[in-house]
Design a binder for this molecule. Structure first.
Ligand code: AMP
Length: 285
């Protein structure tokens, strides 16, 4: 796997007034992916592995809300306080708030390194908003990866999950324990259990996922974008399956750096306006 410096995603996490510390490398053919799958299926871990390999940015809506939680209450907008209340209960954040969050961060969809969307879209209505946004930008998705896992395994993964409060690395009490209990292996900060990973919130989240995501999955299937991947086994096994599934759509690499290949075709909206199609499959979500 290529070792790239991971972007701190400041523009995504804190909004467009913040600047990312590492600007992703400009790619000739950036990957643009959406990850679907019930909570606990390992989307966050796979998103990190994918972004490392592909040079894309990890755009997680859950991370935007968790980042807002770290700000003091007087800095919260009313909308963000409402979003955080939904999150605590394990229910979906109201659509209008999610759309506002995404619209404010639309520049991240144009990121020159591509993106891996994780946690958005979660409903059919959100998928339609994303489709419109991408059409306006004349961008296409390469695939919607749908991670599948039996219910009992999902519950066990969620209740044992622990997250680093600083670097957001993910551990599991039994499947991937940290070297020292409660301490992150990577940055030595404390691990915590997300409020919405507590048993009372897990059932609510899984029900919300079931009812809101089924029509979304059908929508992506109809667009020819759905790429199912079995999410059992270790993160590395799931990643290999993801790579194999994506390889069937397009060569699975970082999409060629423009800076390292001076003669490479450089993307511009004008080229697309003349009938070109950047991702090659023409399927906007
Ligand atoms: P996640 O980290 O993706 O599991 O998201 C954590 C929580 O954030 C969810 O349980 C929801 O409350 C909220 N959330 C994240 N993304 C969305 C979304 N696209 N639509 C509605 N709520 C969301």
């Amino acid at each position: 796997m290529n070792s790239r410096e991971l972007n701190d995603r400041a523009a995504w996490l804190r909004g467009p007034s913040a600047e990312c510390s590492v600007v992703p490398e400009r790619l000739e053919q950036p990957w643009r992916l959406v990850l679907l799958g019930p909570p606990g299926v390992g989307k966050g871990t796979q998103a990190r592995l994918l972004t490392q390999r592909l040079g894309a940015c990890h755009l997680s809506t859950g991370d935007v809300f968790r980042e807002a939680k770290t700000r003091n209450e007087r800095q919260q907008t009313l909308a963000m306080s409402a979003a955080l209340n939904s999150m605590r209960r394990g229910t979906l954040v109201p659509e209008a708030i999610v759309w506002q969050v995404i619209r404010e961060r639309a520049s991240c969809l144009r990121c020159q390194g591509g993106f891996v969307l994780d946690g958005f879209p979660r409903t059919l209505a959100q998928a339609k908003v994303l489709k419109l946004l991408l059409e306006n930008e004349r961008l296409s998705l390469d695939a919607v990866v749908n991670y599948e896992l039996p219910l009992a395994e999902i519950v066990s993964r969620l209740s044992g999950r622990r997250t680093c409060q600083s670097c957001k690395a993910i551990f599991h009490l039994t499947a991937q324990p940290p070297r020292t209990e409660g301490v992150c292996d990577l940055c030595c900060d404390a691990l915590y259990q997300r409020e919405d990973d507590r048993p009372e919130a897990i059932t609510v989240r899984l029900n919300a996922y079931q009812s809101s995501t089924a029509p979304l999955i059908q929508f992506c299937r109809n667009l020819g974008l759905l790429t199912p991947v079995v999410a059992s086994g270790s993160p590395e096994e799931i990643f290999r399956r993801t790579a194999t599934a994506l390889e069937k759509r397009r060569k699975f690499d970082s999409g060629s750096s423009v800076t390292s290949r001076k003669s490479a075709r450089v993307w511009s909206p004008e080229m697309l306006a003349c009938g070109g199609n950047e991702s090659g499959n023409g399927n906007n979500i």
